[in-house]
Design a protein around this ligand. Structure first.
Ligand code: GLU
Length: 551
């Protein structure tokens, strides 16, 4: 058969050759060992944690090797495309501090010399490669309908042989030019398939940096390269793109690992050098005593949105993910307490083969540490940014009372062992709202939280006594000795030991007195350090709160 004639018949408008593109996108001029990696999502749904995980690994490994990380959009499945998904991916990368050197910036623009980076803008390129394969007799049109393919599959299942389009079942593989021409003139829809030279009885070694070397049967399926609408399949598009964009390492989810025999064959038939592969094991979680994949239905934490709406600082999430990538991250963190986690060197070969275990409690612990090391002013800025989108009432309060809020955030902060009470911004309000008078008043009118064993007359005695000795300019030690002195005067033991010796002669312990003062000021039984709380509230507010009538 005249393959040249067939190629022109099938793709008449394509006049460029693979050589043209190879020259247009030359080898990159990078130093030895520099990696070129990519993040290549399909805009088909919400942003999930696995995507951020893959992007983070790809970005870090490229940049730490002095290489290039690029962002490609794989939008050839137009049926599944979701509006706004491209913007969501770029925003996610930006928010997580994952910077790409080249790629799609938004739905209208991109940067970099190896583009276009959106697959739907690369149709001519894919067609040029397919045309070349047809010319070489390595690809052909197939006119089978879905029904015919289903029928074949059923017969194969009954015969208990491998299903699919291969060997004698590939009925259009050896069609003559006239047969093809006739089908075309009837207007029959067709796909273009690869003429696979594979033998399933032979094996191919798939090298993977994470999984190691694994042998699998060769591919013998005549896979589809171009669909009936002319759009390429993932197999073809990614091979052409990874080649022309000069990708050195394909880092992607392990769901693609089983397709590796197809991809190795395709790269070879297209004459491309095979990149290195790293298939990332899926993130798992414990459910009772068994491990399972994170599920879209059951686990809100699979969605990137979740971290944003709960108000995890995104650095906490990248910090946690770094720890999931390589388990020696924590040792590194101890040695490099003040460095950004991007300085941690990722080793693909050291990733767990069985899949990292996601543990939200561990993330929470790490996030507490991350927030504890921030300055009060950073906490203020980040919390305000979150509140503007998620709690406008709080955002308004913070804006009106900037200095006061920063002082609140500074309580027990800039010291050796900073207080770790915030996991995420959603938690902050309950820890600080009592500092603000409207919240405080509402809380008091809903009911006070004085200890049950202290009657209201006694509360009044304690508070009156306390107002009399209160001196806002006392330092912490003087303040506490005064409280102790007052307590003893009112009949409370100065500590638990003294109380236990003679419980009958005391009304209680100094901590009961402190509890009354704390509740009167905050209506909380637990707060940050009481002395610091009062210093931040200011003398006027303290006296006002203490001298009201609690009924
Ligand atoms: N578009 C593919 C996906 O979202 C990308 C796989 C790859 O990185 O090659 O699964």
């Amino acid at each position: 058969m005249d393959n040249m004639k067939l190629a022109d018949l099938l793709l008449p408008s394509i006049d460029k050759t693979p050589d043209y593109y190879t020259n247009l996108y030359p080898e990159r001029n990078l130093k030895e060992g520099a990696m070129v990696t990519r993040y290549a999502p399909s805009p088909t749904g919400f942003q999930h944690l696995g995507g951020v995980f893959a992007a983070l690994i790809s970005e870090r490994t490229a940049h730490q090797s002095g290489g290039i990380f690029y962002f490609r959009i794989e939008d050839t499945d137009k049926k599944r495309e979701v509006a706004g998904a491209i913007e969501e991916s770029t925003t996610t990368l930006r928010d997580f501090g994952i910077f790409f050197d080249e790629g799609v910036v938004d739905s209208k623009s991109e940067k970099g010399a190896y583009g276009p980076y959106k697959q739907s803008d690369r149709m001519e390129i894919y067609h040029a490669y397919v045309k070349d394969l047809i010319k070489k007799g390595l690809a052909y049109p197939c006119f089978c309908t879905e029904e015919e393919l289903d029928e074949t599959r059923k017969i194969q299942q009954e015969l208990k042989i491998n299903t699919g389009y291969h060997g004698k079942w590939a009925i259009h593989r050896n069609a003559t030019f006239d047969e093809i021409n006739e089908n075309l003139s009837k207007g029959k829809p067709f796909v273009i398939r690869l003429k696979s030279p594979g033998d399933p009885n032979k094996r191919v070694i798939c090298n993977d940096l994470i999984k190691g070397d694994i042998s699998m049967p060769e591919n013998d399926q005549d896979i589809v390269l171009l669909k009936t609408n002319g759009l390429p399949t993932y197999h073809l598009a990614h091979a052409v793109d990874d080649h022309l964009m000069r990708t050195t390492h394909v880092i992607r989810g392990e769901e693609w690992f089983s397709s590796l025999p197809i991809h190795l064959q395709l790269f070879e038939m297209l004459g491309f050098a095979v990149p290195k592969y790293a298939h990332i094991p899926t993130i798992m979680k414990m459910d009772g005593t068994s491990r399972r994949k994170l599920s879209k239905r059951k686990d809100p934490e699979i969605r990137v949105d979740y971290y944003k709406s709960e108000g995890y600082p995104l650095v906490s999430v990248t910090e946690y993910l770094s720890n999931l990538i390589n388990s020696n991250f924590q040792e590194w963190r101890i040695e490099h307490a003040d460095e950004p986690c991007a300085n941690f060197t990722i080793i693909l070969e050291n990733m767990s083969k069985s899949g990292a275990l996601f543990d939200i409690l561990k993330l929470n612990d790490m996030s507490k540490d991350v927030i504890a090391t921030m300055s009060a002013s950073t906490v203020y800025d980040l919390y305000l940014a979150w509140a503007k989108e998620n709690d406008t009432e709080v955002a308004c309060l913070l804006t009106k009372n900037e200095d006061y809020a920063k002082k609140i955030f500074n309580i027990e902060r800039e010291n050796e062992k900073p207080r770790k009470d915030f996991v995420k911004w959603l938690d902050v309000k309950e820890h600080i709202e009592y500092f603000f008078d409207d919240f405080y008043k509402n809380s008091i009118s809903a009911g006070t939280n004085f200890p049950d064993h202290i009657l209201s007359e006694e509360v009044k005695i304690i508070l009156d006594g306390y107002i009399a000795i209160y001196n806002h300019s006392d330092d912490a030690d003087t303040w506490f000795s005064r409280v102790k002195e007052l307590s003893e005067k009112l009949g409370y033991a100065k500590n638990g030991r003294v109380y236990k010796k003679n419980p009958d002669i005391y009304k209680g312990v100094v901590s009961d007195v402190a509890a009354v003062i704390r509740v009167a000021l905050t209506n909380r039984t637990q707060t940050q350090d009481l002395y610091e709380v009062m210093q931040v509230m200011g003398e006027k507010r303290v006296i006002e709160r203490l001298s009201q009538d609690f009924v």
